[in-house]
Design a protein around this ligand. Sequence first.
Ligand SMILES: C[S@@+](CC[C@H](N)C(=O)[O-])C[C@H]1O[C@@H](n2cnc3c(N)ncnc32)[C@H](O)[C@@H]1O
Length: 369
Amino acid sequence: MLQNNHVPDDVFECRTRHPRERRRDVDDGERMTSASPIGPSAVDPLLHIEQHGTPHVLRDRLASDVRRGLTARPKRLPPKYFYDDRGSELFDAICDLPEYYLTRTEHALLRRVAPAIIAAVEPSHLIELGSGASRKTRVLLDALQRSQPRPVYVPIDVSGGMLQQSATALRAAYPRLRVYGLVADFEEGLPPLPVGRRRLVAYLGSSIGNFEPPADQRLLRAIASRLQPGDALLLGVDLVKATATLEAAYDDAAGLTAEFNRNILRVINRELGADFDPDRFEHVAFYNAEAAQVEMHLRAREAHAVSIPALDLVVSFEAGETIHTECSRKFTRDVVETLLASSGFRLERWDESPDAAFALALGRVETAA
Ligand SMILES: C[S@@+](CC[C@H](N)C(=O)[O-])C[C@H]1O[C@@H](n2cnc3c(N)ncnc32)[C@H](O)[C@@H]1O
């Protein structure tokens, strides 16, 4: 085991606990995290993964979110609970589907503009929210490592297994890259961000679209409050387009998105001992043009009841009743510019894919007057 002094002190704003303490949190047999090792890597001094929140805290949060969501009318569940190891793998597979234009379009756009973005920001640190498999990130990292002798990458994701896997793969692919992963739920408070000469925060995949106003502004303000003037935010946003294209992207012919949607029920079964039968729920995805968002729901095929022993709760479903599991808002340049401005960022660059399907917005933290 490496000693703590192998972790450069300049990387995190605050280091509150010794890695051995963190390891105890995740080795106590709970299921809310994957079995991946957390802390400094035993074999790689440039890899460090830190867990924010103990398994007990995470499960208590899940329990209260599920109680609140399934006793509300209409019923709803927060989309962050899709992403256990299986959910993360399903999402990664969705990214390769022909209908899911978002990933390949953003990827191609990044290939075109990443060198200019890295040249404009000159970051020493790339921090990524909801990093997932960090696939598209490689385009930014390629440009970063060309301009930085000791680049630092900080993936932040609630899905510990996927973060561990992608961080390890990136270390193998980029020998000079220091990787400091944070397993954290940033909806519950953004963890301390690393200090650095210049930081670029990337939030890709149009994941900001999962936050309805004013939660989107709350998150971006929290990011801005952790940054310094001159630091920047790169936001990937899916743009308003034809309903058929949008609906196909969230209801693919192979049924992967349907499985991904139902996975939230499997997570509740495993973590809270519930007896959801996912097959009794139909995947529903449609574009709500008035709200400019694709909504995903799970619709009960028949009337039935589900028991959730950990909550001492029985939830009744009428035939056709839905659980709203995700909204994916679709954007215009004006909406993004206003959101950035109200959160402390000035829109510095706006790059669209040639088909105007997807955009990358670069926001800069305003220099103090
Ligand atoms: C739609 S995927 C996008 C993945 C990747 N950034 C991309 O563009 O393909 C959303 C990612 O955000 C993570 N995530 C969702 N809610 C989160 C939260 N509240 N805190 C931290 N990570 C979250 C998920 O685990 C998942 O990896």
